[in-house]
Design a binder for this molecule. Structure first.
Ligand code: FEO
Length: 406
């Protein structure tokens, strides 16, 4: 197996899942993903994170190749979500390391998930440093990025060790990209940016305020690093690429978006879909770009990724049994958890005899703190000429308000 070296005595020992398409059962990964684990071959042999359960044999193959029958001394667990800890019990059993290091809140997560009897666990403080021999690692808590237990690890080497100033960032700066390469050197920056955005939109977004503080802490406390090594996807190892990802994260976390709309609709018999089309056409006539998204045909994670570029969200649904359609309900659930900020919105929909959906969607948008631009638009049955005019009027009024704001 070809060894992947980050710096002298620092190696990638993770796994690549080229065919992963459902990430954590709530997001998408059309380009697969990786579970990055790292090995430091110093006086103390140290593993940083493990991998998802199905890649136990892969991790063992890497480790055995590096250890060559020597003892694994330390495991650093930066976060205990199962994609990074799924193989932990087996690894602990097989290698019996002297110490497992985690954050103080990691201790709760660890003990809640695993039988830790016989494990020597040390919960480290924010800023605490341990020596590995020639190299040392310092831990920094990154609570809620994106679990309470999350921390990052700064490795520094002895003088003369090229690139031995590496920040292992766990889920931060992750992207779901599976490819043979481990570094982003030759990877298409447009695709990288899209995958960073998809990951951020569906996993990191609710913690954007913490992201900005964490970035500041990284820059002021840790300073310049040679490499950012996340636990998913590719590793950043030039100043240009590190600046690229800092800039992308600052942009995502600030949530200041372009004037454009996502019109997401769930239509039973085409009338709500037709309303969505008319609204989109009018917005565009008023110089507001839009995308139309049928929520029955698009995963909620894709819709959330569209919304990363848009300041306006319009939700449309037919009414079925006094409620919005089920795919729309799933989208609202997903959006509410991610709590996007700085958005404007409104709701619409057709109905047969009761028509509660647009009102309920408006209430959901209000709960998300979306600034409501209009009373909901309700159309009974199909969209005839008169009702088309109603849709056009609704959309024109929305456009006037949006154009007045921005
Ligand atoms: Fe939060 Fe990559 O797990």
């Amino acid at each position: 197996m070809k060894k992947t070296m980050l710096a002298k005595d620092v190696y990638w020992v993770g796994a690549i899942d080229f065919n992963l398409r459902s990430f954590h059962h709530y997001s998408t990964s059309p380009k697969g993903s990786t579970y990055n684990a790292y090995f430091v071959d110093d006086e103390k042999k140290c593993l940083i994170d493990t991998v998802s359960h199905e890649y136990y044999e892969t991790l063992v193959a890497h480790l055995d190749e590096h250890l060559e029958n020597q003892k694994l001394d330390y495991i650093i667990c930066q976060h205990f979500e199962r994609d990074h800890s799924g193989t932990l019990p087996q690894i602990m059993e097989r290698y019996k390391p002297d110490v497992l290091y985690c954050s103080k809140l990691g201790l709760l997560s660890l003990k809640g998930q695993f039988d830790t009897e016989g494990w020597n666990i040390q919960a480290v403080a924010d800023g605490e440093t341990i020596s590995l021999g020639k190299k040392k690692v310092t831990f920094y808590e990154t609570r809620m990025l994106h679990w309470p237990d999350s921390m990052i690890t700064h490795l520094q080497g002895s003088e003369g060790c090229d690139h031995c100033n590496i920040l292992f960032t766990n889920d931060i700066f992750g992207q779901n990209i599976a490819c043979a390469e481990r570094f982003i050197d030759n990877y298409d920056r447009g695709v990288l940016y899209s995958e960073l955005k998809r990951y951020y939109a569906n996993i990191i977004l609710p913690y954007s305020a913490i992201v900005l503080k964490a970035l500041e802490k990284v820059v002021t406390t840790i300073g310049e690093v040679d490499m950012l090594a996340p636990d998913h996807g590719l590793i950043f190892r030039t100043k240009e690429d590190i600046d690229f990802v800092y800039k992308a994260y600052t942009e995502f976390a600030t949530q200041s978006f372009k004037k454009s709309a996502v019109i997401a609709y769930d239509s039973m018999w085409y009338a709500t879909e037709r309303m969505a089309q008319i609204i989109g056409e009018v917005l565009y006539e008023e110089d507001i770009p839009y995308v139309l998204v049928d929520v029955q045909k698009n995963h909620v994670a894709e819709i959330m990724t569209y919304l990363m570029d848009a300041s306006i969200i319009l939700l449309g649904s037919s009414t079925r049994n006094n409620l919005p359609m089920t795919s729309m309900a799933a989208l609202v659930n997903h959006l509410m958890g991610l709590a996007p900020k700085n958005r404007y919105g409104a709701a619409f929909g057709s109905y047969g005899w009761s028509g509660e959906a647009p009102k309920l969607l408006t209430e959901s948008l209000e709960k998300m703190k979306v600034e409501i631009l209009s009373e909901p638009l309700r159309i009974q049955y199909g969209v005839n000429k008169e009702q088309e005019a109603e849709c056009r009027k609704f959309a024109k009024e929305l456009a006037d308000k949006i154009n007045a704001i921005s």
